[in-house]
Every structure is written in C-alpha cells, then in structure tokens.
Design a binder for this molecule. Structure first.
Ligand code: F0G
Length: 431
C-alpha cells in the first residue's frame, strides 16, 4: 500500500480551527485561535503485517536500546522523524491479573495495566520522553510544567537526562511527598504555589509565553503522542485483540484524549477492527467532566476540586474538548466515584500485593461501580489502568491504615510495643 508523500511525516493541527503548523513549531497553543494542538501523521508506507512485525522485532531488542522502549517501539505512531531520543527507557509495563480483584469488582479476568512500573513511577514518563525529545530538537532553553506531582517528577527526571533546566509549579501543601521529593532530587526549580493545580496551570502558561520557556503540560501535543502508547502496548500484549472496555482515571483529561487518539489511529491504520469503549473515572469532588457527560456534553463545567486523590484534584481540565471526542468516538462513559470508594479500591489493590496510588484506584472503583450499574457486563473483557506507584503517596496510605474509628475496609493498623518478647507473644496471642 502506498500513501501520498507530498507531506512531511508529521505536522501539528489546531483541533478548534484546523490551522496547520509545522512539526517544529514551539507554540503551546494555536497562534490563530488559542485552541489545542494535535499531531497528525502520514500513515506509514507499509502493510499491517509489516508494521506489526516491526513492533514485535523491536520488543525483542536488548533492554536499553531506544527501540525497545515501550514508547519508541511504536515510533511510527509517535514521532517518526525523531532520530535521537531522550529515553530512560520507559514503558514495557506489565498487564496483570489477580483473582481477588475479579471477586472484588464482579468481573472475570480483569487485567491491570500497571503504569506505576515506569521509571519515575507513573505513566507520565511515556509522554515526557517524547516531550523532552521534542524540546531538545527545537533547542528549548528551558522547560516548564504545572503539576499535581507526577508530571513534575517526570519532567524533572527527563530534563535532567537531557541537560535542560526545568521549572515546575505545584500546589503548595497539596502534593504527595514521594512526588515532591522526586522533583527536588532530579534538580527541577520547584515553585510551591499558594493555590490549586488550575492556578498553577494558568500561571505556567503565562510564564512560559512571557519567558520563552517550552511548556510540557499535557496540552503539549507531543506528550499525548507518547501517552498513546499505553493503549498500543496493551493491544500488543493482547495480540491486537482489543478488550471490550478500557477504564482509566481522569483529571486534566490528557490521558483520556491520548487513549481516544490511539484507538482512532490504530483503527484507521488497520491494526484493530473494533474499538474498545473508554470509561473515564473522576473523583466525585473533582468531576466537572462527569457532570458534563451527564448533560450530553452540552456544557463545559468548572468546579473547585476537593478529593483525597491529589493527582486528579483538578477543577478545570485543559483537554476537555479532546476528551469529549475520545468518549464520543468510543461510545465511552464518564463517571464519578467517592473518596471512600477510591480508598477502598486502593486498599484492595494494595492488599493483593500489586499496589497503586489513590488516583489510580479510581479506575478499579469505577470498574466495580460500572458492573454494579450493569453498564459493564460481568463477562466483559476489561483492562483497568493503574497510573501511578504505591510509594508516590505514603501520607494517604498511613493515614488510612492508622485510622482507628471507624476502622475503614481492609485497614491494617500498626501496633506499637515495648522492645520485649513478651509483648510480641501477647500480641500474637491476641491475633
Ligand atoms: N493518575 C495519576 C497518577 C496522575 O498523576 C494523573 C494526572 C491522572 C491519573 C490523570 O490523568 O490528567 O491525563 O486526566 N496527573 C497530572 C500531573 C495532572 O500533574 O501529574 P489526566
């Protein structure tokens, strides 16, 4: 099969007005209308079988080779023109099954795509390897982002690897300590902003424009290209036989947008013949997208967010429009789960030895809720994405297990004793 070749391999398109920019344009948004940008690729000049063979061959390359990265293995979908990449490498995350979670959710064969296995402990590394690669290609002097903690940890690590100074803005007092520690350790200049994530994002957009710093929030379309590989990799793990549902937590909606784009392209390029349905799960205290979904996406909402899942404590998601398209095209759903549901799901994921951070558990709580409502059939093939590692947020964890009254489901309270064998015996006797 041959395709038109009068275009470069990739270019940028404004999702609002259709304005086209070159791949190397560094604008954070469309310079004409302020809309979000998206990367368009010329479909590769090869058959489905040839493309799949390439993906398989690269998977077998020695670990450490850029082509073996779970992102760059799919480079035709990501950034085909990139020759030198800033890669850890990342991706290659496991697809897990735990019977306990089947019983807990009411599903059979629920699979967990555990993105906490990425180098900095979250899926953000998949987008950041592409974002920082692009920053280096265009000669960015510095890079910046606003974050609830994971994006900043990832940006700090990849910028350090590329030798580019990084600036991160995070909500003061509202970032889990594991994430803040990473940002400091990797050497990013870290600003603790007295405000929420939405304030940080507004501020960093203004600052990056004023100071000429390259913006690497998920409004950056190159980040989205990297995050698409969560879906591509899980499809490859399932030998390109798509599941019925993919469930993911949703905050700023970059990932929901990325999943939609990955599925759209995988379908258009003939890799899959059927689209899984997306289920985007928000925390009830930060659920503007779920509210909008309930109204048939007639209106965009903005809320003052409040949830224990600090990663998704976001009231005005930047990728709203792109995510609406993802939900519509996949016949998807959006729902909200309470903090109690999130924490109970997290305790269940942790107790089976897998573990994840609170926001990630929203997908498990959401899967259970959708089965309960009858939206997802008990026999459906479901993949739930765990977005971040258990050790990201030790405070929430210790608070949950240390709590006495009422004792939450699955709580494992520590007991303090004197350094005396009789106390150990007394404790075991009680057990
Ligand atoms: N899960 C985790 C662990 C996250 O860190 C985030 C977002 C999400 C889910 C939601 O993804 O924003 O694409 O809808 N964290 C961003 C950050 C906002 O700054 O680290 P989304």
């Amino acid at each position: 099969m041959t395709f038109e070749t009068d275009r470069p391999p990739s270019w940028q398109v404004c999702v609002t007005c259709g304005n086209e920019l070159t791949e190397s344009d560094s604008h954070a948004r469309c310079p004409t209308c302020g809309g979000l940008l998206e990367i368009a690729h010329r479909p590769p000049d090869m058959t489905r079988a040839e493309l799949l063979l390439r993906f398989t061959e690269r998977r077998g390359r020695p670990p450490g080779a850029a082509a073996a990265s779970g992102v760059w293995r799919f480079r035709e979908f990501v950034l085909p023109s990139a020759e030198e990449v800033v890669s850890y490498p990342e991706g290659n995350t496991p697809l897990l099954h735990r019977e306990v979670l089947d019983r807990w959710t009411g599903l059979v064969g629920l699979l967990l795509k555990h993105e906490g296995h990425n180098p900095t402990g979250s899926f953000k590394d998949r987008g950041m390897t592409v974002g920082v690669t692009q920053a280096r290609r265009i000669g960015a002097r510095a890079v910046a982002c606003a974050s609830t903690g994971n994006t900043s940890a990832s940006l700090a690590a990849y910028a350090a690897q590329a030798g580019i100074p990084a600036l991160v803005l995070v909500p003061s007092g509202n970032v889990a300590s594991g994430k803040l520690a990473q940002s400091l350790a990797y050497g990013a200049r870290t600003l603790l902003v007295r405000g929420g994530f939405d304030d940080c994002l507004r501020l960093v957009q203004e600052a990056s424009e004023r100071l000429g710093v390259y913006l690497l929030n998920s409004i950056n379309p190159f980040r989205i290209e990297g995050q698409k590989t969560i879906v591509l990799e899980l499809l490859q793990q399932l030998t390109w036989d798509p599941p019925d549902w993919i469930v993911l937590p949703a905050g700023n909606l970059g990932n929901t947008a990325a999943f939609g784009k990955a599925l759209r392209e995988a379908h258009a390029w003939g890799l899959i013949t059927r689209l899984p349905r997306l289920a985007a799960v928000q925390a009830a205290g930060a659920a503007p997208f779920a509210r909008s979904f309930e109204e048939g996406f007639k209106r965009r909402h903005r809320v003052t967010p409040d949830t224990v899942a600090s990663a998704i404590r976001i009231g005005d998601p930047a990728s709203h429009d792109r995510a609406v398209r993802a939900i519509r095209e996949t016949d998807g759903v959006v729902l909200a789960v309470t903090d109690a549901q999130i924490l109970e799901a997290k305790a269940a994921v942790d107790a089976c030895g897998v573990g994840c951070e609170p926001a990630s558990a929203a997908s498990i709580a959401g899967a259970r809720e959708l089965v309960r409502r009858g939206t997802i059939a008990g026999g459906a093939r479901v993949v739930a994405v765990l977005t971040g590692h258990l050790l990201k947020d030790p405070e929430t964890l210790l608070q949950y297990h240390g709590q006495a009254d009422p004792l939450p489901p699955g709580a494992n309270r520590p007991v303090e004793i004197e350094a005396d064998l009789r106390e150990v015996e007394r404790f075991l006797g009680k057990e």
